[in-house]
Design a protein around this ligand. Structure first.
Ligand SMILES: Cc1cc2nc3c(=O)[nH]c(=O)nc-3n(C[C@H](O)[C@H](O)[C@H](O)COP(=O)(O)OP(=O)(O)OC[C@H]3O[C@@H](n4cnc5c(N)ncnc54)[C@H](O)[C@@H]3O)c2cc1C
Length: 211
């Protein structure tokens, strides 16, 4: 991959736009290999097995290509790589089929797998834990508090929400309830963040000036 696609450009400035599949339809699985607890489980993420995911990746790659060829990029003499991704040589370059092939051969994980012990209603046959993270199915005295309980992967990074899951369940165990929703406090918080956004993202503002 490196020598065929990227090596010819080693002396050039290059940039890449990487689309990220935030709402995958493909669902993998984790399965015990045996009754021996020291045997590693079988983990099959089944990436890109749902046709919609490939179609979304192709659409996203087309958007990336279009962005890379907009006038501001063109001003910097941007152009597409002319080298072909290995394994995709028999497709017409930049056709949907070619992009789908690139998606299949050049895709990596963002290390955010979740959902192997999904939280859900007690009557949901696919749920492993209830909304207080207690294991369903007659198991007593056991909770799961980690990334596995997320029913769907979150759009952002997983680490902070998982810490929040741990904090929340520790409050539940200790019997602490969150304060009731208060519209005035919510508005105060929204104003606070909007103010920060305005200061950081308004090009007329000096982001270091917080007066
Ligand atoms: C390379 C990489 C980069 C990442 N970068 C980011 C990032 O930049 N930002 C971000 O938000 N997220 C990032 N993530 C994702 C994030 O780190 C994970 O989603 C998160 O740590 C998962 O938390 P967890 O508690 O569910 O699992 P883990 O953090 O994996 O914790 C599981 C724990 O269970 C223990 N364990 C496993 N099996 C057993 C057993 N049988 N008995 C007892 N203990 C056991 C393990 O030793 C481990 O301590 C990254 C992940 C990886 C792998």
């Amino acid at each position: 991959m490196w020598s065929q696609v990227y090596l010819p450009y080693i002396k050039f400035d290059t940039f890449s736009l990487y689309p990220v599949m935030l709402r995958p339809e493909s669902i993998g699985y984790i399965e015990l290999r045996s009754t021996n607890p020291y045997d590693p489980p079988i983990i099959d993420p089944k990436y890109l097995t749902h046709p919609k995911d490939i179609a979304s990746m192709v659409d996203a790659m087309k958007i990336c290509i279009a962005v890379g060829l907009t006038p501001p990029y063109r001003k910097m003499k941007s152009r597409l790589l002319e080298t072909v991704f290995p394994g995709c040589e028999h497709y017409l370059m930049w056709s949907d089929e070619y992009l789908a092939c690139v998606a299949r051969t050049f895709t990596s994980t963002l290390y955010h797998p979740v959902g192997t012990a999904k939280m859900g209603a007690p009557w949901d046959p696919t749920a492993v834990v209830d909304p207080e993270l207690r294991v369903l199915g007659g198991v007593k005295g056991l909770r799961v508090a980690d990334g596995s309980v997320m029913p769907k992967v979150v759009s952002g990074n997983t680490n902070a929400p998982i810490i929040m899951i741990g904090e929340r369940v520790s409050d539940m165990i200790k019997g602490i309830n969150l304060p009731r929703y208060d519209p005035a406090t919510a508005k105060r918080m929204a104003d606070y963040w909007n103010d920060i956004d305005r200061k950081f993202f308004d090009p007329n503002n000096d982001p270091t000036n917080f007066d």
